[in-house]
Each structure stands twice: as structure tokens, then as C-alpha cells.
Write a protein that binds this ligand. Structure first.
Ligand SMILES: [Zn+2]
Length: 158
């Protein structure tokens, strides 16, 4: 006779929240991937979402500031200096709203560069969840040193 597996209360508390968190992380990252598709940039398309208290309070993708031509690259194919990264766009959108990013989680398709990692820390983001690591890992190192929780989710169970 096979025995039905039983879990005690503590086992459930230990296992379930992790699994649930991963399901949410994966769902938000999938949305961030959709947001990335909205970017007009041709070299790289990055999408970001900011979630606080289980609510999406902001979103962003890499692109030029309001009032500028949508094109991110010059004739040589280099990115214009004034292009804002996805997380910078999401954070500045919060700055214009009644929300604040303190204690929030940033979901992003590509891990932050060093410039954006400073903004993330100063905005009070507590956790960063990403799919792919950026070529230069100084942003991740900086966030890690600053005590921000980093989670990489490569497998989005699509
Ligand atoms: Zn950046």
C-alpha cells in the first residue's frame, strides 16, 4: 500500500511561499518581456515593472524621453546618450505619480547597468528580479553590496 505523503505545518510554511513567489516572479517577468517589445530601440529591447504590495505601480521600457523622436540609435547605429533605460523610465514615472518605490520589487528582463543601479538603491527598491544578466556585472555587484535581494529567473515555465 502506498502511503500518501504528508507535510507538517512547518514544511508547508517553508515550501509553499517559495513556490508561490516563483510563480508570481515568473508571471511578472513574462509581462516585463511583453513591455520590452514596446521599445522602439533596435539594438536592445528591455522591459521593466515595479511591484509594491502586490500591485504593479509602474512600468517602463528603454526609449527616448517625452517629446523626442522615438528612434534610439544614430545613423552609425550607436545608442543616443539621452535614451533612458527601462528601469529609469519606470522609476521616473513613479516620481511623477503619487506612488513611491520604497520597499518595492523591480522586475526587469535584463539586469541593471551601474548607472541605473544607483537610482534603484536611492529609490528604495528592496528586490530586483531579472531574466538575463547584463554583460557588465558592476550594477549587480553594487546592488548586492547594498543589501538588495537579487533573483535571477531564467526559466519562465512558458
Ligand atoms: Zn541602465
Amino acid at each position: 500500500m502506498s502511503k500518501i505523503p504528508t507535510f507538517d505545518f512547518f514544511q508547508i510554511c517553508m515550501l509553499y511561499p517559495k513556490e508561490k513567489q516563483l510563480r508570481y516572479d515568473s508571471a511578472y517577468l513574462k509581462m516585463a518581456k511583453e513591455w520590452a517589445k514596446l521599445s522602439h530601440c533596435t539594438r536592445k529591447q528591455v522591459g521593466a515593472l515595479i511591484v509594491k504590495d502586490r500591485m504593479i505601480i509602474s512600468d517602463g521600457y528603454n526609449g527616448t524621453p517625452t517629446g523626442y523622436d522615438n528612434c534610439c540609435e544614430d545613423k552609425k547605429g550607436d545608442t543616443h546618450w539621452y535614451v533612458l533605460h527601462a528601469e529609469a523610465n519606470a522609476l521616473t514615472k513613479i516620481a511623477k505619480s503619487n506612488h513611491n518605490a520604497n520597499g518595492a520589487t523591480l522586475y526587469i528582463t535584463l539586469s541593471p547597468c551601474k548607472e541605473c543601479s544607483k537610482l534603484i538603491l536611492q529609490a528604495g527598491i528592496k528586490r530586483v528580479v531579472y531574466i538575463k544578466a547584463y554583460k557588465d556585472n558592476s550594477g549587480l555587484d553594487f546592488l548586492n553590496q547594498s543589501g538588495i535581494e537579487l533573483t535571477k529567473v531564467e526559466n519562465l515555465n512558458e
